[in-house]
Design a protein around this ligand. Sequence first.
Ligand code: ZN
Length: 131
Amino acid sequence: MDSISVKTGHRQELADITGLLQEHVRSKGLTSGVLTVFCPHTTAGITINEGADPSVVRDILVNLEKLVPRQGDYRHREGNSDAHIKTSLIGPAVQIIVEESRLMLGTWQKVFLADFDGPRTRKVWLKFISS
Ligand code: ZN
């Protein structure tokens, strides 16, 4: 297993990690298979969505905040229940097909680490299954 570190700059942020992942695939000489991208945190996850228009990332964060406000009917004493719930909505991992050492993403797709309780340095675990 490999891992990368991602430093976020805000409490809630979708950090584009596509370039880091593509560089990982190329530098390790991974040619054909499936890359699992897993975030081992309870207040940050991984998602794939549009990276071309930054308004999409903004809209995702603003509307997740409306769905799960920071203040609410929460009992978790750490005070970050919204971050835990948003992370469960987003999910901890994605799988990406790799062909000819390229991540097979749609034209507008990017891979994001979604941090909901930053800023922090987050770990992302990577496992490649060759096929
Ligand atoms: Zn917590």
